[in-house]
Design a protein around this ligand. Structure first.
Ligand SMILES: [Zn+2]
Length: 210
């Protein structure tokens, strides 16, 4: 059997996306669920299992040889656990073990989502050909990752370059991470909308304030 595909999981505070991806980075199958971020950890894990179940329903699934996870941070890649700031039900959640169990023992690799997108941008995107880069994600949170000296630099726990929880306003709003004035507290998608609403902005006719 050819095991030339990777099953990829992107776990964020708003959605959980899965895909079967080939060696060239082409997405051959997709699945997605909303993240039940305000519910308990087992409910969030069920949504992950449903995404994997959808992928496993594809005839291509038998070609998947491993699982790669990019998760909202912080993560502990060496311990295989995640504690996403925007998913409070997961604290030191053993995501790698749980995904390995769901998928019948396939090897699982975990990294922070900011590092994952940095690897992708360096491989095929905006950072291609650059030896040093900081790549950022702005969505439910703000993440980031580093390329240094031409190589991805995840750091020992997989969080290097996670710029979202660096404080840029020491007297700023409290952040769920415990610090004040974090980049994420100011510049994530939901916080951009929150600050705009506080300043008097009103959403357009579609009512979308996100
Ligand atoms: Zn913070």
């Amino acid at each position: 059997m050819h095991t030339d595909l990777v099953a990829a999981l992107d776990i964020g505070g708003t959605k959980i996306a899965g895909a079967l991806v080939d060696d060239d980075g082409r997405i051959l199958a997709r699945a997605q669920r909303g993240t039940p971020a305000r519910q308990d950890g087992e409910t969030v894990m069920r949504a992950v299992a449903e995404v994997l179940g959808d992928l496993a329903g594809s005839p291509l699934w038998e070609r998947a040889g491993s699982i790669g996870i990019g998760s909202a941070g912080p993560v502990d890649a060496s311990a295989g656990t995640v504690s996403p700031v925007n998913v409070p039900g997961w604290r030191d959640f053993p995501l790698v073990d749980r995904v390995r169990t769901v998928t019948g023992g396939l090897p699982v690799e975990l990294i922070g989502d900011g590092v994952a997108i940095t690897a992708a941008e360096h491989w095929q995107g905006a950072a291609r050909g650059h030896d040093n880069a900081l790549c950022m994600v702005v969505s439910t949170g703000v993440g980031g990752g580093l390329v240094l000296g031409g190589r991805l630099h995840p750091g020992p726990t997989g969080n290097a370059g996670h710029i979202g929880h660096i404080s840029v306003d020491l007297d700023g709003d409290p952040c769920p991470c415990g610090a004040r004035g974090c980049v994420e507290r100011i510049a994530s998608g939901p916080n951009i909308a929150r600050r705009a609403l506080e300043q008097g902005w009103r959403p357009g006719p579609d009512g979308d304030a996100s």
